[in-house]
Design a protein around this ligand. Structure first.
Ligand SMILES: [Zn+2]
Length: 468
């Protein structure tokens, strides 16, 4: 009965009814300052850097780190790198490999590693931005082994320094445990039975291990940021929560087991607040199993009343995937999987009945996480071709996000700059997005209210600099 009552409550809690953006007496002055900085890159950057920006809701922790840190960690860890592909692997080095440490004194190698492990200096040519971007993760992965706390320190510190009030970052908990456990499981489309098999195989044993991992990650972050000392980094006071990443390019049993772990984690540990599917949406398994994966999530959403869902959906455009695959991903994520937020949503106009879909997203209060730099680099979609303005016109809530700011060599402020210079957004629109990024965060009700209060005070201080 209690579960039924919670289920009935869920849609009400999940909906954030739109409210008018609160205006302060100084808001017109800030809006005027932004208008006058529009054509002045340096002034615009300074204005937007200091502006409160709410939460980064779409931030893959491993891709948010800059390659310079990876070189440093790889050197410290004795990691090696293959000379042709620049793929890192654990030492000792084999023929055809060099120690990453060499890059600290060999400028040519250093620049080659930065270019291979990020979008630094990338030019579309034989390799597309999409392919270079996704390939980088397989290349630098070995340098970040055991460094999640270090990653969190770097990324949270950068967020707080830019006046962000919240970080919701994506990490993949205990994938080795889950894939090992799933390997012995036979797939069945009977999801009740499939969940029973995953539980019987021992998925619940992974929950305390994943929570213990998080304890260590946060302890390391806090030590690096000197939290609890007089010189604490500003990020020590900024709330951080974690979304569970499930890898979507694996067999159904492995993907489903990751989903079950995700929902169990959210039920057991309040630091895990959301679930998401990652890896290229246009990969062969991701395309072939897309509808099945949405059904799995829809089923688990009905089983677990706790836990939120945001999904990469529509990180596609013409030429990236066959037309039939461009017609339904966003709608299925919302209607079948019951996602509360969508990541990217770039191909919305290529879906069946796009106007009906836009109205549906607005009616359901589904927020779209928009990483403008990532969309430009991976999909080649930017400027007037990007649907962010369309979402706004139809009243779909939107929030700017960084996606993989390290690989992309960007930050949150640059997303705001692009929203102004490429999309023509003004101050009120930016402020509405910054507020929505907190209102649609997966923070608990109490923590969300607190974050909004902190942001309101930050806006008051910021706008007071620009008396009308
Ligand atoms: Zn993403």
């Amino acid at each position: 009965m209690r579960r039924i009552a919670l289920l009935l409550l869920l849609p009400v809690l999940a909906l954030c009814a739109p409210v008018a953006t609160p205006a302060s007496a100084s808001e017109p002055g800030a809006a005027q300052a932004l208008r006058s900085a529009r054509g002045d890159t340096a002034r615009l950057r300074a204005f937007l850097w200091a502006m409160p920006k709410g939460g980064d809701l779409h931030n893959h922790l491993s891709g948010a780190v800059y390659a310079e840190s990876m070189v440093r960690w790889g050197a410290e860890g004795g990691v090696c790198v293959a000379l042709v592909t620049f793929t890192a692997s654990a030492g000792p080095c084999l023929p055809g490999q060099r120690p990453v440490a060499d890059a600290l004194t060999d400028n040519v190698l250093y620049n080659q590693l930065l270019a291979a492990w990020s979008m630094k200096g990338f030019r579309d040519g034989l390799e597309s931005g999409h392919d270079h971007f996704f390939a980088s993760f397989d290349k630098f992965g070995a340098t970040t082994s055991g460094r999640i706390g270090d990653e969190l320190a770097e990324v949270s510190s950068r967020a707080a320094a830019q006046n962000e009030q919240y970080l919701e970052t994506l990490i993949t908990p205990r994938f080795g445990d889950v894939s090992g456990l799933a390997q012995g499981l036979e797939w069945t489309d009977d999801l009740v039975e499939m969940r029973r098999r995953v539980l019987t195989a021992g998925i619940l044993d992974v929950v305390p291990r994943a929570s213990a991992d998080l304890d260590a990650v946060i302890a390391r972050q806090r030590a690096l940021l000197r939290c609890d000392t007089p010189t604490a980094d500003a990020a020590c006071a900024m709330p951080v929560r974690f979304d569970v990443q499930g890898l979507r390019a694996f067999p159904k049993a492995t993907v489903f087991a990751q989903m079950v772990l995700g929902f169990e984690l959210m039920a057991a540990d309040p630091r895990w607040v959301g679930f998401n599917l990652v890896q290229p949406e246009d990969g062969p398994v991701a395309l072939g199993d897309y509808a099945a994966q949405m059904r799995m999530l829809g089923f688990l959403r009905s089983v677990y009343p706790k836990g939120h869902l945001t999904l990469h959906a529509g990180e596609l455009t013409r030429g990236i995937a066959p037309p039939a695959d461009l017609r339904f991903h966003i709608r299925a994520a919302v209607e079948v999987a019951k996602a509360e937020r969508i990541g990217h949503g770039v191909d919305v106009t290529l879906e069946s009945d796009p106007i009906g879909l836009l109205r549906e997203l607005a009616r359901r209060h589904v927020l779209v996480e928009v990483p403008l730099t990532s969309n430009r680099q991976i999909l080649g979609v930017w400027g007037r071709a990007h649907p962010i303005g369309l979402y706004r016109r139809y009243g779909v809530p939107i929030a700017l996000a960084t996606d993989d700011e390290g690989v992309s060599r960007t930050d949150m402020t640059q997303q705001y700059e692009a929203a102004v210079t490429e999309q023509g957004f003004g101050y009120r629109a930016l402020k509405a997005m910054a507020i929505d990024s907190l209102r649609y965060s997966f923070l608990s009700d109490g923590d969300r209210a607190l974050a909004l209060r902190v942001q309101r005070a930050a806006f008051a201080r910021f706008e007071a600099r620009y008396p009308g």
